[in-house]
Design a protein around this ligand. Structure first.
Ligand SMILES: NC(=O)c1ccc[n+]([C@@H]2O[C@H](COP(=O)([O-])OP(=O)(O)OC[C@H]3O[C@@H](n4cnc5c(N)ncnc54)[C@H](OP(=O)(O)O)[C@@H]3O)[C@@H](O)[C@H]2O)c1
Length: 275
């Protein structure tokens, strides 16, 4: 797969992010190196990790051994809840583990809204961006009310909001708030960790185009403008999850997948999770 076939999304700070990237949640560090090697060979150029995944070093080893130019890669990592008070130290630690001088996107992993600490954290991320330690800054798991509080600070608007989003949890209010504020929506668990792949509408769309159910789900996201970061440690799936630019779902197929929305949350609720 030619990496150039993956479209990019231009973020609100003019940075370009590949619309389809590779996630490494729940992958042990050693295995992460193999999986990311496999993804880079398949043609992925965007990798999504987080300090709390414990595999930034594994990502870094794969990036270093790939021989790819730094400017051809897009690396995202995230600030864990326990480090909200000291993002500079946390980002330096992440950069050391990744073996990089700069990440492309640094996200506050969860708002942890029991306190409003994330507001001060956001202002610290703005400074880290000014210092050149990250090209873009964004948030993850932020609800509309958290986004509005960030916007009311009057500074930088997050470039990205990475949230759980798949056919069984479409998070429409968050998507609307993101669009209103000019924030790109990035879908985590875009395949619902496999839970939607047997749904009739997904299977029918896949069969109609001669593709895998996961490819139909990824196409549904892409045609609706979202950034996606599917995870797999299986080389054939890693390759097929990227091979989603040679067909288009019809509007009827998109509507049928839209109709699968059912509050099928797989992770914590952002209003309740405080780390
Ligand atoms: N910001 C956050 O709070 C947050 C939370 C969760 C995840 N994320 C990010 O989002 C990424 C993706 O989410 P996720 O890992 O939870 O779930 P996901 O990408 O929706 O699904 C991954 C699961 O689906 C399987 N799978 C992958 N491709 C498949 C295919 N073509 N056919 C059948 N099964 C397939 C994988 O199995 P195998 O690996 O065994 O092939 C794995 O069990 C994460 O890796 C992480 O980077 C962010």
């Amino acid at each position: 797969m030619d990496p150039a076939s993956v479209p990019t999304i231009t973020l609100n700070d003019s940075t370009e992010i590949p619309q389809l990237g590779f996630g490494v949640f729940q992958v042990p560090d050693e295995e992460t190196t193999r999986a990311v090697n496999s993804a880079l060979e398949a043609g992925y150029r965007s990798i999504d990790t987080a300090a709390v995944y414990g595999n930034e070093a594994g990502v870094g080893r794969a990036l270093a051994s790939s021989g790819l130019a730094r400017e051809d890669l897009f690396v995202t990592t995230k600030l864990w809840v326990a480090d909200l008070a000291d993002p500079a130290r946390a980002l330096h630690t992440s950069l050391d583990r990744l073996g990089l001088d700069q990440v492309d996107l640094y996200l506050i992993h969860w708002p942890a809204p029991a306190t409003e600490a994330y507001l001060e954290t956001w202002e610290a991320l703005e400074r880290l961006r000014q210092e050149g330690l990250t090209r873009s800054i964004g948030v993850s798991n932020f609800l509309p009310e958290h986004l509005d509080r960030i916007a009311s600070l009057g500074g930088t608007i997050p470039a990205v909001n990475q949230v759980e989003l798949h056919p069984a949890l479409q998070n429409r209010q968050t998507q609307t708030a993101d669009a209103r504020l000019g924030i790109a929506t990035e879908a985590w668990s875009p395949l619902a960790q496999g839970a939607v792949l047997a749904d009739d509408a997904v299977r029918a769309a896949a069969a109609a185009h001669g593709v895998e159910p996961a490819q139909a789900v990824l196409r549904w996201h892409l045609q609706q403008g979202r950034i996606v970061i599917p995870k797999s440690v299986t080389p054939a799936r890693i390759a097929s999850n990227l091979d989603v630019f040679g067909f288009d779902l019809t509007s009827e197929e998109l509507d049928a997948i839209d109709a699968l929305d059912r509050d099928g949350r797989t992770g914590p609720h952002p209003a309740e999770f405080n780390g």
